[in-house]
Design a protein around this ligand. Structure first.
Ligand code: GTP
Ligand code: MG
Ligand code: ZN
Length: 352
């Protein structure tokens, strides 16, 4: 077994999940966490248990109801079949690239997001801003990891450009070196779940290997001409660290479409949102209206025009993609009902 553990807490189980069951796991049900997602199956682990199950959907038609890596499921002890997807602390998802509007789930129940970008052609502050908005939206601590610092004379310039918000943590490193990656171990403690995101070839798998202290995962050279990766990692897998944390390796993604991240965008662009509140018109579009504080700040050089453009682009994209929150709430209400009914049934049977 890859994931032999005794206590659910080692896998990241907290009272957040127990409280969904009125502080008690219903009889005959076993909580397990989804540790791996492959094309045709999932690998789940629980206390003293590990097994392979087919893909699981809890809610017909709702793509967010599909079990993804990091999710907690309740298995029926008798049949070993999953019967319920527990409510998530957070969910990372994106619109699939291309013209289709299909939702892709990246991972659930994450504590920290390592946003990996390398000190070369891949480096792109607008892409970092997207990931930051996503992290803020989902209530996850973001850490910017700048890999391939050994390939540039001036890694500090990249670090400077990546400091996109006050207090944002930025670390530069050669991810192949365990001494370099050690600065990240503070986030990798007992039961912590860390997701790594970033383009293909930036060194996500290399970073995990260095933190594990072993070359367990496949990595591959990138094409030198354009610096692009070849999608070496194809499954979503939680890797166990010696420090007790869980690192989620995901396939690289170049395009990330935001959806339902309005508050996160607001935090990343707090300076612009504050200025916009000072515009003469509350619905100012910051184009040609008189008394526009945003345009005034741009004219005086305090705000870069590119930043206004990025803010607008992300807000428009987010509004387009916003999923109905009402649908998700509906699903959670149904679950509470099911738990209440099963508890009532148990109480009745005790009394009889
Ligand atoms: N010089 C240098 N090379 C690095 C560094 N980090 C990763 N590499 C190399 O970059 C290549 C790609 O690394 P991977 O770890 O496979 O990249 P990935 O992000 O997992 O890529 P996907 O799985 O395709 O998403 C490998 O050849 C690594 O050895 C670094 O900090 N410096
Ligand atoms: Mg990889
Ligand atoms: Zn304005």
């Amino acid at each position: 077994m890859t994931y032999l553990i005794n206590e659910l807490a080692e896998l990241g189980w907290t009272s957040f999940y127990t409280s969904q069951m009125q502080a008690q796991i219903p009889d005959g049900m076993i909580p397990v966490r989804v540790m791996q997602v492959h094309r045709g199956h999932l690998v789940v682990a629980g206390a003293g248990r590990e097994q392979t199950i087919p893909p699981f959907h809890d809610d017909d038609g709702d793509p967010a109801g599909t079990a993804t890596v990091g999710d907690w499921l309740l298995l029926d002890a008798a049949s070993g079949k999953p019967c319920r997807l527990l409510a998530r602390r957070n969910l990372f998802k994106r619109r699939a690239p291309g013209t289709g509007r299909e939702i892709q789930l990246i991972g659930a129940n994450i504590d920290t997001l390592f946003i990996v970008s390398s000190c070369n052609q891949d480096f792109n502050p607008s892409r970092l801003e997207r990931y930051l908005a996503l992290a803020r939206q989902e209530g996850v601590t973001p850490v910017i990891v700048l890999s391939k610092a050994d390939l540039t004379e001036r890694p500090q310039d990249f670090a400077e450009a990546a400091r996109l918000a006050p207090g944002l943590l930025v670390e530069t490193m050669d991810t192949r070196k365990s001494d370099d990656v050690a600065c990240l171990s503070g986030w990798c403690g007992h039961g912590q779940t860390i997701a790594l995101v970033g383009s293909s070839g930036v060194g996500k798998s290399t970073l995990i290997n260095s933190l594990i202290g072993n070359q367990l995962i496949d990595t591959a050279e990138i094409r030198e001409q354009d610096g692009k990766g070849r999608h070496t990692t194809t499954a979503r897998v939680l890797h166990r660290l010696p420090s007790g944390g869980w690192l989620l390796d995901t396939p690289g993604m170049r395009e990330l479409q935001l959806s339902g991240a309005g508050d996160g965008i607001g935090e990343v662009f707090a300076d612009l949102e504050a200025l916009a509140r000072q515009c003469r018109f509350s619905d100012c579009s910051h184009d040609s209206e008189p008394g526009c504080a945003v345009r005034h700040a741009i004219a005086s050089g305090r705000i870069a025009p590119k930043r206004l453009a990025n803010w607008r682009k992300l807000r428009a994209e987010d509004a387009r993609n916003a999923e109905s929150l009402a649908e998700r709430r509906h699903r959670q209400r149904d679950f509470s009902k099911m738990v209440r009914q099963s508890m009532d049934a148990k109480r009745r049977s005790r009394r009889e």
